[in-house]
Design a protein around this ligand. Structure first.
Ligand code: PMP
Length: 349
């Protein structure tokens, strides 16, 4: 049988499950990472981007030559742009200004127009939600993807990511852990897992500053939404795709915890992932403390650290944000030095 993909879109999914060996040392539990940066666009969002386009085509909402419009923090945009390139659509993406330069650059590289919005509340007419809606309303042939509320998003995880995890783990999963941005990932995977085994627990990891934790435990916002540096997870509103009723618990994680773990994952496991992956792992380790018997815990790692070279992997940015101290930066082994300095260091040894 030929092993050729019909297009790059067929290379989406079937990502590896990798055992974590070092960063979780000392725990009686086993932790496994579903490493989603293996998708061709570099993140888990390739899966749902293609799903939402294909379903819109079937319903006649997106026609040949049409324009795809979306409010996206970057990763969904890459997946949509990838599909748009293969299928011949134009893309306009609207993203909040806090998102990294790499994310803007990559969307442009795929040929998309990128619209940057200020950090304001969702109901504000300048928010990325409001601006994307206006652009879609007023652009002929436009399809607003609406990933936060579009049911094709969790459905694709229910149909692909969930079954892949079940098969890779041979059904031996006790807890599944991930963050929620749109909620599609965790909602879809949790629904599948619980159908296979109702005992599987689904835990959502939330950055401090997101309102989802309060909505789950208190049914209302107790702490007002705050700012945080981890990208792609946490919310200042409740998306329809966050299915709070099927989650078993929430764990809060701070920026310093997430950024420290981002550095450790590459240094100790060889996994160059983004801060939302690290945040999910820190949350998983906290949630695991509540489990009495040794358990198998699957953590979703949504994207690659390559999108954060100017942030999580930039010492200046990390120390400006107090995630690294000056001493950490000065004493780091992984510095770029001139040949003269390297040779002078040899003499000091
Ligand atoms: N991590 C990153 C880096 C993301 O871009 C996203 C998507 N916003 C998520 C996690 C969360 O995925 P979901 O939208 O399926 O909840």
């Amino acid at each position: 049988m030929s092993q050729i993909y019909g297009s790059i879109l067929e290379a989406i999914g079937n990502t590896p499950m990798v055992r974590l060996n070092n960063v979780t040392k000392g725990s009686k539990h086993q932790f496994f990472a579903k490493v989603e940066y293996f998708n061709p666009g570099g993140s888990i969002k390739d899966r749902v981007a293609v799903a939402m386009i294909e379903e819109a085509e079937k319903r006649g909402q997106l026609k040949p030559g049409g324009t795809i419009v979306e409010a996206t923090s970057g990763n969904t945009g890459v997946g949509l742009a990838l599909a748009a390139a293969v299928k011949g659509y134009k893309c306009i993406f609207v993203m909040p200004e806090k998102m990294s330069d790499e994310k803007r650059a990559i969307l442009r590289a795929y040929g998309a127009k990128v619209v940057i919005t200020p950090m304001v509340m969702p109901e504000d007419p300048m928010s990325h939600y409001s601006v994307s809606k206006k652009i879609a309303d007023e652009t002929p042939g436009a399809f607003l993807v609406n990933q936060f509320h579009n049911p094709d998003n969790p459905e694709r995880h229910y149909r692909t990511t969930g079954p892949e995890i079940w098969k890779q783990m041979d059904g031996k999963v006790d807890m599944i852990v991930g963050g929620a941005g749109t909620g599609g990932t965790l909602s879809g995977i949790a629904r599948y897992m619980k159908e296979m085994n109702p005992q599987v627990k689904a835990i959502c990891t939330d950055p401090i500053g997101s309102i989802l934790y309060d909505l789950f435990y208190h049914k209302k916002i107790v702490d007002p939404p705050g700012s945080y540096k981890v990208e792609g997870v946490g919310e200042d509103m409740l998306p329809d795709n966050v299915h709070l009723d099927i989650y078993d618990g929430f764990v809060r994680v701070s920026d310093p915890e997430a950024f420290a773990m981002t550095r450790r994952l590459v240094a100790e496991e060889g996994l160059l992932v983004g801060p939302s992956s690290a945040l999910a792992l820190v949350g998983a380790m906290k949630a695991a403390e509540q489990l009495e018997k040794p358990s198998n815990i699957v953590v979703i790692f949504p994207d690659s650290g390559r999108a954060y070279l100017s942030k999580a992997f930039n010492d200046k940015w990390m120390s400006e944000n107090e995630f690294l101290t000056d001493a950490d930066v000065k004493n780091a082994f992984n510095r770029v030095v001139s040949a003269e300095e390297a040779l002078a260091d040899l003499k000091k040894q």
